[in-house]
Design a protein around this ligand. Structure first.
Ligand code: C5P
Length: 233
């Protein structure tokens, strides 16, 4: 299975975490988490997966030296490719899809910032993708969610129908390429790939995600990630 890792974000919500590590702010995936950069944990899970055979890291060229150093230090056995990121996540994934080898029929896309996903989650996604063309790892939401407009609650969707989308998300490569092209033509702006599939009226299957599979976005997430990893030792 081919795996694309979007890792080209800037991590603007991580400022104080860099201060704490006495470094100038840059890509949050380079922040230290229990002695390794965040991205290293994501890569180790991909390496340990039984089904991932090819890894593409989508990043900004100014981060490549650091990314390459991480890959080398982990002594990964799987082939790793570096792909130029875009100005949005959507554009980064688009670039990633163009960089897949022509024989790639299916792909998993997994945010570099979700560094706690387990190898088993990748493998469950690979297996489920044998019987569908699109899937998203997700968990039911615990909070009651409000739709807000101009500071006022507009509505309260029924909680039992709400799931929090995670990554990995898995797709047929030709179909996802078509959806990304359509998204570019129509000017759709989305924050995950499943949304493009939906906009093209294609079914996206829910695959039970992991409660610990959080996206490290804020300094608090970093502290929680550290706590979760310590439990695993
Ligand atoms: O910013 P956020 O955490 O939502 O980004 C999700 C993932 O998308 C991160 O792993 C980030 O590095 C990646 N990303 C990207 N290209 C961008 C913006 C974000 O690959 N232009």
């Amino acid at each position: 299975m081919y795996l694309l890792i979007p890792a080209a974000g800037s991590g603007q919500r991580m400022g104080s975490a860099w201060q704490r590590q006495n470094k100038a702010p840059r890509n949050k995936l380079l922040l230290d988490l229990l002695g390794k950069p965040i991205l290293a944990w994501t890569l180790l899970a991909a390496e340990a997966s039984q089904t991932i055979t090819w890894i593409g890291i989508i990043g900004q060229p100014f981060d490549w030296d650091d990314f390459k150093e991480i890959v080398q230090s982990l002594k990964l056995t799987k082939p790793v490719h570096f792909i130029q990121g875009g100005t949005t996540r959507q554009e980064s994934v688009y670039n990633g899809l163009q960089a897949l080898p022509p024989e790639a029929e299916q792909v998993l896309i997994h945010d570099g910032a979700r560094c706690l996903a387990t190898p088993e989650l990748f493998d469950r996604c690979t297996e489920a993708l044998q019987t569908c063309d699109g899937l998203v790892a997700a968990i039911p939401v615990k909070d009651t969610i409000k739709v807000v407009s101009e500071g006022l609650v507009a509505s309260t969707p029924e909680r039992s129908q709400l799931w929090a989308a995670q990554t990995p998300q898995g797709f047929s490569v030709p179909l996802l390429k078509k959806c990304h092209l359509e998204g570019r033509t129509q000017g759709w702006e989305v924050t995950d790939d499943a949304a493009l599939f939906e906009q093209c009226q294609l079914p996206v299957q829910i695959l039970p995600g992991e409660e610990t599979n959080l996206k490290v976005t804020t300094p608090m997430d970093l502290a929680i990630a550290e706590f979760i990893l310590r439990q695993r030792d």
